[in-house]
Write a protein that binds this ligand. Structure first.
Ligand SMILES: [Cu+2]
Length: 149
């Protein structure tokens, strides 16, 4: 196995080796990486949320409120993270009307939100909530609600 055959190896090889034992450290890194790749491959697919990578949790607590701008028939941002009990406000800065609804039934559904209007709702239960615009189905976003502690 040489560094030229694997782009992944080349990436890992940039991590500084301990002086005097460069070869061993490199092999260890490659072995760990192979295990990680295997684990990640095994997790792909299924009902897992592709937007949340295991271990990829924020260092700081997510805010209790988020604001999403509706502009140019897009959601800005598409993914927001809040804590349980927090709220999300959609502010329509577009020239057209939008209506937001959770993909799962009965989580939330806004009335029609016209230009200059906004809609706010609270999320009391931790979870991942995909949603879309019922008028422009290509507008898709996700609300991630974390436990408060
Ligand atoms: Cu829309």
């Amino acid at each position: 196995m040489t560094g030229r055959t694997s782009p992944i190896w080349q990436f890992r090889s940039r991590i500084p080796s301990r002086p005097g034992r460069p070869g061993r450290t490199g092999r260890l890194a490659a072995a760990i990486l192979l295990v990680l790749v295997g684990v990640l491959a095994g997790c792909s697919g299924g009902e897992d949320n592709p937007l949340v990578v295991p271990g990829d949790t924020p260092d700081t607590l997510a805010p209790g409120a988020a604001v999403i701008e509706l502009a140019d028939v897009t959601l800005k941002p598409r993914v927001v993270e809040i804590t349980e009990g927090g709220s999300v406000a959609w502010v329509n800065r577009d020239r057209t009307t939008h209506q937001l609804a959770s993909l799962a039934p009965n989580v939330f559904e806004s009335p029609r939100v016209g230009p200059g209007e906004s809609f706010t709702t609270a999320f009391t239960k931790p979870g991942t909530y995909p949603y879309y615009c019922t008028i422009h189905n290509e507008m898709k976003g996700t609300i991630v609600v974390y436990y408060a502690n």
